[in-house]
Write a protein that binds this ligand. Structure first.
Ligand SMILES: Cc1cc2nc3c(=O)[nH]c(=O)nc-3n(C[C@H](O)[C@H](O)[C@H](O)COP(=O)(O)OP(=O)(O)OC[C@H]3O[C@@H](n4cnc5c(N)ncnc54)[C@H](O)[C@@H]3O)c2cc1C
Length: 500
């Protein structure tokens, strides 16, 4: 193939936003709410941050801003507290416990189920807790839970360090790390980011502030490393292990027709079998061709968009890491487009591949479900035909290969898997909810037969609360429930959505 058949910059830019189309809703609502507090309300002793109660002016905009996307849950907490300090969190929890208010927690607000919004009770919004301290000698970042992906990557990079942060700049580190976390350059970082938590500070149901490390409160340390959106405490600080920052980031992108999915997966499998995946991060996305009209026939519009990222200490090494892909069938006669060995910095990666900037300026409704599997290719083959019937052009299926997740004795993350496959429904209007949830739901029986497990941060729990136990081994789920009873006997904290 000589020349790309599509203008490269335009193609990549248009494909940006595949997993994230709600910037406007996200950016406007939370920040406006924080800057324009509601009318003064009854104080909570010891809490300095803003408080708004149901029925008061400003409540609804603040409530809605707790969830990034536009499928705002119709669930209404009694009180929302924006914490300005750990002390605020302690006092808010004590107040809730004393007044019979169940506590929910929000960090970055990106979870698709909006689990921070519950009916009744008190919601603690941690998004204003954004401190980052870097200890270069120890290679540790000590962060508050409101820190976002871009903030940590930039602060660490200034010291020559990095962390496997979320692929979108604004995703919160709080929920991301607690749930597992598939971060940039995961293959070189031990699979999931939660395993890079080396310490946590936790406000417990009785208001005590406990520290959890491998040595202090090891059962809490085990739980915090993978528990996801159902923890029985508020994490107010995380100590994260940092890694040497890459000096060079290169990406190669290949587009094939959807009908060539087996060509794409076979190419990736061949590279894997040859032991040449190295630390590259290969993503394969089923999506709608950016230049095709909405109503174009699937056989023309639906594509496999494959990108492989190499993070390395030199250009020579990064090019060598991507070379097996350039020599594979991905780059062969079936390719509609290729752009190889493209240099990026992290800002460029967010912008080109996972930007929240939807080119059309749309907001989005959003739902996702997934499998973690060791049969990624088969999973994709099983999903391809159903994907081509997706109700909107923005719906997509994303597979992250070379995951290398591990099961560790000091983490409740439960699965050994080499591939994550997520199905994402993205649409505009409430009237289309049923069609999109139906499309997403119909993916489950297609992909679940290949599941070794599920990733707790990206399941569709609104219709399927039974997915939460399925995100853990039976033993780990039972141990989490036992720890909940031990540490939160009065049920001060909400459990997983749909569970008590
Ligand atoms: C655009 C977009 C991009 C994404 N990219 C990635 C990605 O690259 N990799 C990946 O793995 N995932 C990704 N995700 C999924 C993401 O990891 C989850 O949505 C995660 O739950 C978001 O965390 P949050 O703090 O923003 O969410 P929130 O909605 O604020 O939190 C979700 C829940 O987690 C719990 N929680 C959060 N913080 C705390 C705390 N401090 N203490 C106790 N419990 C807490 C609470 O139960 C809370 O309700 C993405 C999601 C979106 C929408």
């Amino acid at each position: 193939m000589s020349e790309p058949t599509l203008p490269r910059r335009q193609t990549l830019k248009q494909l940006a936003g595949l997993t994230a189309l709600g910037l406007i809703g996200y950016l406007r609502a939370p920040r406006a709410a924080a800057a324009n507090p509601a009318t003064p309300v009854a104080a909570i002793p010891g809490v300095g941050g803003k408080i708004v109660r149901r029925g008061e002016k400003g409540y609804e905009i603040w409530r809605q801003s707790m969830v990034w996307h536009l499928s705002k849950p119709k669930r209404y907490p009694d009180v929302i507290v924006q914490a300005r300090s750990t002390e605020d969190v302690i006092h808010a929890v004590q107040y809730a416990a004393a007044n019979g208010l169940k506590v929910a927690v929000r960090s970055g607000g990106h979870n698709s189920n909006g689990p921070s919004l519950r009916d009744g009770g008190l919601l603690i919004d941690l998004s204003a807790l954004e401190e980052i301290r870097i200890d270069s000698d120890q290679r540790i970042a000590s962060i508050q839970p409101g820190v976002r992906s871009l903030g940590l990557v930039q602060a660490a990079r200034d010291k020559g360090l990095t962390f496997p942060v979320p692929h979108c700049a604004s995703v919160g580190l709080g929920g991301f790390t607690l749930g597992g976390g598939i971060g940039w350059n995961y293959p070189a970082r031990g699979g999931v980011s939660t395993h890079s938590i080396i310490g946590a500070e936790i406000v417990m149901a009785d208001g005590r502030l406990l520290r959890a490390t491998a040595k202090e409160n090891p059962d809490l340390y085990w739980a915090v490393r993978g528990v996801g959106p159902g923890f029985f405490g508020v994490v107010t600080r995380l100590d994260l292990k940092l890694y040497t920052a890459p000096k060079v980031i290169l990406a190669s992108t290949y587009i094939l027709p959807l009908a060539e999915v087996k060509t794409a997966t076979a190419a990736l499998e061949k590279i894997r079998q040859a032991g040449k995946l190295g630390h590259t991060e290969p993503l394969l996305v089923f999506t709608h061709h950016p230049e095709a009209p909405d109503n174009a026939p699937p056989e023309q519009a639906k594509i496999c968009f494959v990108t492989i990222f190499a993070f390395d200490e030199s250009e020579e090494k990064a090019r060598a890491a991507l070379q097996p892909y350039a020599e594979s069938a991905l780059a062969g006669s079936k390719a509609l487009f290729k752009a190889e060995f493209q240099p990026f910095d992290f800002e460029g990666l967010y912008d080109r591949y996972f930007s929240l900037n939807d080119p059309a300026g749309r907001c989005a409704r959003y739902a996702v479900d997934n499998v973690l599997t060791n049969r990624g290719a088969e999973t994709l083959h099983a999903l391809a035909d159903h994907y081509s019937k997706a109700p909107t052009r923005w719906c997509h299926v994303l597979a992250a290969f070379n995951m290398g997740t591990r099961v560790l004795p000091d983490s409740c993350f439960s699965w050994v898997a080499d591939t994550f496959v997520g199905c994402y429904a993205i649409w505009d209007e409430e009237k289309d909810d049923a069609a999109n949830f139906a499309w997403l739901g119909d993916n489950l029986p297609l992909m679940d037969p290949f599941a070794d497990g599920h990733y707790v941060n990206e399941i569709e729990a609104r219709g399927h609360p039974e997915r939460y136990p399925a995100c853990f081994s039976k033993a780990n789920w039972n141990r989490l429930q036992a720890l909940r009873r031990q540490y939160d006997p009065q049920g001060v904290f909400h459990s997983y959505l749909g569970h008590s």
